[in-house]
Design a protein around this ligand. Structure first.
Ligand code: CO8
Length: 271
Protein backbone atom coordinates (compact mmCIF):
# COMPACT_ATOMS: atom_id res chain seq x y z
CA UNK A 1 0.00 0.00 0.00
CA UNK A 2 1.67 3.15 -1.26
CA UNK A 3 0.05 5.36 1.40
CA UNK A 4 2.02 3.68 4.15
CA UNK A 5 5.35 3.46 2.34
CA UNK A 6 7.35 0.67 0.76
CA UNK A 7 9.53 -1.70 2.70
CA UNK A 8 12.24 -4.29 2.20
CA UNK A 9 11.39 -6.51 5.17
CA UNK A 10 7.67 -5.87 5.67
CA UNK A 11 4.58 -6.55 3.60
CA UNK A 12 1.59 -4.27 4.12
CA UNK A 13 -1.86 -5.04 2.83
CA UNK A 14 -4.94 -2.93 3.51
CA UNK A 15 -8.33 -4.55 3.05
CA UNK A 16 -11.67 -3.39 4.48
CA UNK A 17 -9.81 -0.95 6.75
CA UNK A 18 -7.79 -3.77 8.34
CA UNK A 19 -4.05 -3.50 7.72
CA UNK A 20 -2.10 -6.76 7.71
CA UNK A 21 1.58 -6.19 8.44
CA UNK A 22 3.76 -9.23 7.75
CA UNK A 23 7.37 -9.42 8.86
CA UNK A 24 8.98 -10.97 5.81
CA UNK A 25 12.49 -12.32 6.44
CA UNK A 26 11.73 -16.04 6.35
CA UNK A 27 15.38 -17.08 5.78
CA UNK A 28 16.13 -15.79 9.31
CA UNK A 29 12.73 -16.85 10.72
CA UNK A 30 11.70 -13.16 10.56
CA UNK A 31 14.28 -12.13 13.18
CA UNK A 32 14.10 -8.44 14.08
CA UNK A 33 17.22 -7.04 12.41
CA UNK A 34 17.90 -3.33 12.81
CA UNK A 35 16.37 -2.85 9.36
CA UNK A 36 13.14 -4.57 10.47
CA UNK A 37 13.02 -2.44 13.61
CA UNK A 38 13.49 0.78 11.59
CA UNK A 39 10.81 -0.29 9.12
CA UNK A 40 8.36 -1.22 11.89
CA UNK A 41 8.88 2.27 13.31
CA UNK A 42 8.25 3.86 9.92
CA UNK A 43 5.15 1.75 9.19
CA UNK A 44 3.48 2.22 12.57
CA UNK A 45 4.25 5.96 12.45
CA UNK A 46 2.52 6.17 9.05
CA UNK A 47 -0.50 4.31 10.44
CA UNK A 48 -0.61 6.58 13.48
CA UNK A 49 -0.53 9.68 11.25
CA UNK A 50 -3.54 8.34 9.31
CA UNK A 51 -5.67 7.87 12.43
CA UNK A 52 -7.50 11.21 12.27
CA UNK A 53 -10.80 12.47 10.95
CA UNK A 54 -9.00 14.63 8.38
CA UNK A 55 -7.06 11.63 7.05
CA UNK A 56 -10.26 9.56 7.05
CA UNK A 57 -9.24 6.84 9.55
CA UNK A 58 -8.34 4.42 6.70
CA UNK A 59 -7.01 1.85 9.19
CA UNK A 60 -9.26 0.61 12.00
CA UNK A 61 -7.16 -2.33 13.10
CA UNK A 62 -3.79 -3.94 12.44
CA UNK A 63 -2.85 -7.61 12.23
CA UNK A 64 0.84 -8.35 12.79
CA UNK A 65 2.14 -11.68 11.56
CA UNK A 66 5.20 -13.42 10.13
CA UNK A 67 5.93 -14.88 6.69
CA UNK A 68 7.21 -18.31 5.70
CA UNK A 69 5.01 -20.67 7.67
CA UNK A 70 7.58 -21.51 10.37
CA UNK A 71 7.77 -18.47 12.61
CA UNK A 72 5.98 -15.38 13.78
CA UNK A 73 9.34 -13.85 14.74
CA UNK A 74 12.26 -15.89 16.16
CA UNK A 75 13.62 -12.96 18.17
CA UNK A 76 16.22 -10.29 17.89
CA UNK A 77 18.76 -10.94 15.14
CA UNK A 78 21.41 -12.96 16.98
CA UNK A 79 23.90 -12.78 14.10
CA UNK A 80 23.71 -8.97 13.96
CA UNK A 81 23.85 -8.69 17.74
CA UNK A 82 27.17 -10.51 18.08
CA UNK A 83 29.09 -7.73 16.31
CA UNK A 84 27.64 -4.96 18.51
CA UNK A 85 29.27 -3.15 21.42
CA UNK A 86 27.28 -3.04 24.68
CA UNK A 87 26.27 0.55 23.89
CA UNK A 88 25.13 -0.39 20.39
CA UNK A 89 23.16 -3.31 21.83
CA UNK A 90 21.51 -0.98 24.34
CA UNK A 91 20.60 1.34 21.46
CA UNK A 92 19.13 -1.61 19.55
CA UNK A 93 17.12 -2.60 22.62
CA UNK A 94 15.82 0.96 23.03
CA UNK A 95 14.88 1.35 19.37
CA UNK A 96 12.69 -1.77 19.48
CA UNK A 97 11.29 -0.78 22.88
CA UNK A 98 10.24 2.48 21.20
CA UNK A 99 8.39 0.46 18.54
CA UNK A 100 6.54 -1.48 21.26
CA UNK A 101 5.49 1.80 22.91
CA UNK A 102 4.36 3.15 19.53
CA UNK A 103 2.16 0.05 19.04
CA UNK A 104 0.65 0.58 22.49
CA UNK A 105 -0.04 4.25 21.70
CA UNK A 106 -1.63 3.53 18.32
CA UNK A 107 -5.32 4.47 18.65
CA UNK A 108 -6.49 1.32 16.84
CA UNK A 109 -6.22 -2.27 18.11
CA UNK A 110 -3.28 -4.38 17.01
CA UNK A 111 -3.63 -8.18 17.02
CA UNK A 112 -0.65 -10.53 16.77
CA UNK A 113 -1.38 -13.68 14.77
CA UNK A 114 1.25 -16.15 15.98
CA UNK A 115 1.88 -19.24 13.86
CA UNK A 116 5.12 -21.05 14.71
CA UNK A 117 7.90 -19.51 16.80
CA UNK A 118 7.37 -16.32 18.84
CA UNK A 119 10.63 -16.35 20.77
CA UNK A 120 12.52 -13.64 22.62
CA UNK A 121 11.94 -10.39 20.73
CA UNK A 122 9.14 -12.15 18.82
CA UNK A 123 7.25 -12.92 21.99
CA UNK A 124 7.91 -9.33 23.09
CA UNK A 125 6.54 -7.92 19.82
CA UNK A 126 3.40 -10.05 20.28
CA UNK A 127 3.09 -8.81 23.89
CA UNK A 128 3.11 -5.19 22.72
CA UNK A 129 0.05 -5.93 20.59
CA UNK A 130 -3.41 -5.61 22.17
CA UNK A 131 -3.93 -9.35 22.17
CA UNK A 132 -2.75 -12.55 20.52
CA UNK A 133 -4.49 -15.15 18.38
CA UNK A 134 -2.33 -18.27 18.10
CA UNK A 135 -2.40 -21.31 15.87
CA UNK A 136 -2.00 -24.86 17.16
CA UNK A 137 1.60 -24.72 15.86
CA UNK A 138 2.51 -21.64 17.94
CA UNK A 139 5.47 -21.79 20.31
CA UNK A 140 6.20 -19.00 22.77
CA UNK A 141 9.24 -18.40 24.92
CA UNK A 142 11.83 -15.98 26.26
CA UNK A 143 15.00 -17.99 25.55
CA UNK A 144 17.46 -15.14 26.26
CA UNK A 145 19.10 -16.95 29.21
CA UNK A 146 20.21 -19.66 26.75
CA UNK A 147 22.32 -16.95 25.08
CA UNK A 148 23.58 -15.31 28.26
CA UNK A 149 21.11 -12.49 27.71
CA UNK A 150 17.95 -11.09 29.25
CA UNK A 151 14.76 -9.91 27.54
CA UNK A 152 15.44 -6.53 25.93
CA UNK A 153 12.30 -5.55 24.04
CA UNK A 154 9.88 -5.31 26.98
CA UNK A 155 9.49 -8.92 28.12
CA UNK A 156 10.47 -8.32 31.72
CA UNK A 157 7.69 -5.75 32.01
CA UNK A 158 4.89 -7.00 29.75
CA UNK A 159 5.14 -10.77 30.30
CA UNK A 160 4.48 -10.45 34.09
CA UNK A 161 1.64 -8.02 33.31
CA UNK A 162 0.07 -10.55 30.93
CA UNK A 163 0.58 -13.89 32.69
CA UNK A 164 1.39 -12.91 36.30
CA UNK A 165 4.71 -12.76 38.11
CA UNK A 166 5.08 -16.46 38.92
CA UNK A 167 4.52 -17.77 35.41
CA UNK A 168 6.66 -14.99 33.88
CA UNK A 169 9.57 -15.72 36.23
CA UNK A 170 9.41 -19.42 35.41
CA UNK A 171 9.40 -18.75 31.65
CA UNK A 172 12.19 -16.14 31.73
CA UNK A 173 14.49 -18.02 34.17
CA UNK A 174 14.19 -21.37 32.35
CA UNK A 175 14.03 -20.09 28.77
CA UNK A 176 11.45 -22.85 28.31
CA UNK A 177 9.19 -22.93 25.24
CA UNK A 178 5.45 -23.37 25.67
CA UNK A 179 2.87 -24.49 23.12
CA UNK A 180 -0.39 -22.80 22.15
CA UNK A 181 -2.54 -24.68 24.67
CA UNK A 182 -0.28 -23.59 27.54
CA UNK A 183 -0.17 -20.01 26.19
CA UNK A 184 -3.97 -20.01 26.14
CA UNK A 185 -4.14 -21.42 29.68
CA UNK A 186 -1.81 -18.63 30.90
CA UNK A 187 -3.84 -15.92 29.18
CA UNK A 188 -0.98 -15.12 26.80
CA UNK A 189 -3.12 -16.05 23.77
CA UNK A 190 -6.79 -15.04 23.63
CA UNK A 191 -7.68 -17.78 21.16
CA UNK A 192 -6.14 -20.84 19.50
CA UNK A 193 -7.18 -21.62 15.91
CA UNK A 194 -6.19 -24.66 13.82
CA UNK A 195 -4.30 -22.93 11.00
CA UNK A 196 -2.72 -19.59 10.10
CA UNK A 197 -5.58 -18.84 7.67
CA UNK A 198 -8.12 -19.55 10.43
CA UNK A 199 -6.26 -17.30 12.86
CA UNK A 200 -5.91 -14.49 10.29
CA UNK A 201 -9.61 -14.74 9.43
CA UNK A 202 -10.61 -14.71 13.11
CA UNK A 203 -8.40 -11.67 13.82
CA UNK A 204 -9.85 -9.82 10.81
CA UNK A 205 -13.41 -10.68 11.92
CA UNK A 206 -12.76 -9.29 15.41
CA UNK A 207 -11.11 -6.15 14.04
CA UNK A 208 -13.98 -5.78 11.55
CA UNK A 209 -16.36 -5.76 14.49
CA UNK A 210 -14.26 -2.99 16.08
CA UNK A 211 -14.15 -1.07 12.78
CA UNK A 212 -17.92 -0.50 12.96
CA UNK A 213 -17.56 1.35 16.28
CA UNK A 214 -16.67 4.97 16.96
CA UNK A 215 -12.89 5.13 16.31
CA UNK A 216 -12.16 7.98 18.70
CA UNK A 217 -13.90 6.04 21.49
CA UNK A 218 -11.97 2.84 20.67
CA UNK A 219 -8.71 4.82 20.73
CA UNK A 220 -9.58 6.43 24.06
CA UNK A 221 -10.51 3.03 25.54
CA UNK A 222 -7.13 1.65 24.45
CA UNK A 223 -5.38 4.69 25.90
CA UNK A 224 -7.18 4.28 29.23
CA UNK A 225 -6.33 0.58 29.49
CA UNK A 226 -2.67 1.03 28.49
CA UNK A 227 -2.35 4.11 30.70
CA UNK A 228 -3.67 2.22 33.73
CA UNK A 229 -1.32 -0.75 33.28
CA UNK A 230 1.25 -0.82 36.06
CA UNK A 231 -0.36 2.13 37.86
CA UNK A 232 -2.37 2.31 41.05
CA UNK A 233 -6.16 1.95 40.88
CA UNK A 234 -6.57 5.64 41.72
CA UNK A 235 -4.20 6.76 38.93
CA UNK A 236 -5.87 4.37 36.49
CA UNK A 237 -9.28 5.78 37.35
CA UNK A 238 -7.98 9.33 36.77
CA UNK A 239 -6.95 8.29 33.26
CA UNK A 240 -10.30 6.63 32.68
CA UNK A 241 -12.17 9.78 33.76
CA UNK A 242 -10.04 11.87 31.36
CA UNK A 243 -10.79 9.45 28.50
CA UNK A 244 -14.49 9.49 29.38
CA UNK A 245 -14.56 13.30 29.36
CA UNK A 246 -12.85 13.41 25.97
CA UNK A 247 -15.20 10.81 24.48
CA UNK A 248 -18.11 12.86 25.78
CA UNK A 249 -17.09 15.85 23.64
CA UNK A 250 -17.12 13.92 20.32
CA UNK A 251 -19.75 14.07 17.57
CA UNK A 252 -19.68 10.28 17.59
CA UNK A 253 -20.94 10.27 21.17
CA UNK A 254 -23.95 12.44 20.13
CA UNK A 255 -24.52 10.10 17.18
CA UNK A 256 -24.18 6.88 19.20
CA UNK A 257 -26.46 7.93 22.04
CA UNK A 258 -28.89 9.65 19.63
CA UNK A 259 -29.12 6.55 17.45
CA UNK A 260 -29.87 4.44 20.51
CA UNK A 261 -32.74 6.69 21.56
CA UNK A 262 -34.09 6.87 17.99
CA UNK A 263 -33.84 3.06 17.71
CA UNK A 264 -31.57 3.10 14.64
CA UNK A 265 -28.00 2.02 13.82
CA UNK A 266 -25.35 4.68 14.40
CA UNK A 267 -23.18 6.04 11.61
CA UNK A 268 -19.90 7.27 13.03
CA UNK A 269 -17.90 10.07 11.39
CA UNK A 270 -14.74 9.47 13.42
CA UNK A 271 -14.67 12.82 15.23
N1 CO8 B 1 18.50 -14.35 14.69
C1 CO8 B 1 19.14 -14.57 13.53
N2 CO8 B 1 18.93 -15.65 12.77
C2 CO8 B 1 18.05 -16.56 13.19
C3 CO8 B 1 17.35 -16.41 14.39
C4 CO8 B 1 17.58 -15.23 15.17
N3 CO8 B 1 16.94 -14.97 16.30
N4 CO8 B 1 16.53 -17.47 14.58
C5 CO8 B 1 16.73 -18.26 13.51
N5 CO8 B 1 17.64 -17.72 12.68
C6 CO8 B 1 18.13 -18.29 11.41
C7 CO8 B 1 19.07 -19.45 11.66
O1 CO8 B 1 20.37 -18.99 11.93
C8 CO8 B 1 18.96 -20.19 10.34
O2 CO8 B 1 19.76 -19.53 9.41
P1 CO8 B 1 20.72 -20.39 8.40
O3 CO8 B 1 19.75 -21.21 7.59
O4 CO8 B 1 21.42 -19.32 7.63
O5 CO8 B 1 21.59 -21.22 9.27
C9 CO8 B 1 17.51 -19.97 9.93
O6 CO8 B 1 17.06 -18.83 10.68
C10 CO8 B 1 16.61 -21.14 10.29
O7 CO8 B 1 16.77 -21.45 11.66
P2 CO8 B 1 17.16 -22.91 12.20
O8 CO8 B 1 17.91 -23.66 11.17
O9 CO8 B 1 17.78 -22.75 13.54
O10 CO8 B 1 15.69 -23.56 12.31
P3 CO8 B 1 15.23 -24.71 13.31
O11 CO8 B 1 13.89 -25.12 12.86
O12 CO8 B 1 16.29 -25.75 13.43
O13 CO8 B 1 15.12 -24.00 14.74
C11 CO8 B 1 14.48 -22.23 16.27
C12 CO8 B 1 14.18 -22.99 14.95
C13 CO8 B 1 14.30 -23.18 17.44
C14 CO8 B 1 13.54 -21.07 16.36
C15 CO8 B 1 15.96 -21.75 16.25
O14 CO8 B 1 16.18 -21.07 15.04
C16 CO8 B 1 16.31 -20.82 17.36
O15 CO8 B 1 16.49 -21.26 18.49
N6 CO8 B 1 16.41 -19.50 17.06
C17 CO8 B 1 16.82 -18.51 18.02
C18 CO8 B 1 15.70 -18.20 18.97
C19 CO8 B 1 16.16 -17.25 20.02
O16 CO8 B 1 17.03 -17.54 20.83
N7 CO8 B 1 15.57 -16.05 20.03
C20 CO8 B 1 15.88 -15.04 21.03
C21 CO8 B 1 16.91 -14.13 20.47
S1 CO8 B 1 17.45 -13.00 21.72
C22 CO8 B 1 16.23 -11.87 21.80
O17 CO8 B 1 15.26 -11.88 21.09
C23 CO8 B 1 16.40 -10.81 22.86
C24 CO8 B 1 15.66 -9.54 22.52
C25 CO8 B 1 16.31 -8.39 23.19
C26 CO8 B 1 17.65 -8.04 22.57
C27 CO8 B 1 18.11 -6.73 23.09
C28 CO8 B 1 19.24 -6.16 22.27
C29 CO8 B 1 20.57 -6.40 22.87
Amino acid sequence: TTTFGTYGTLELELSDRILTLTVNRPAALNALSQEVVAELWKAFTAVQDSCTHDAGWPVRGVVVTGAGGKAFVAGADIREMTSMSADEAAGYSRSMQAVTLLIEKLPVPVVAVVDGFALGGGCELALACDFIYATEAAQFGQPEVNLGLVPGFGGSVRLPQRVGLGAARELIYTGRRIDAAEAYRLGLANRVLPTRDDALAAARTTLGEVAAKAPVAVGLAKQAITGATGRSTAEGLEGEADAFREAFTTEDMREGTGAFLEKRSPSFAGK
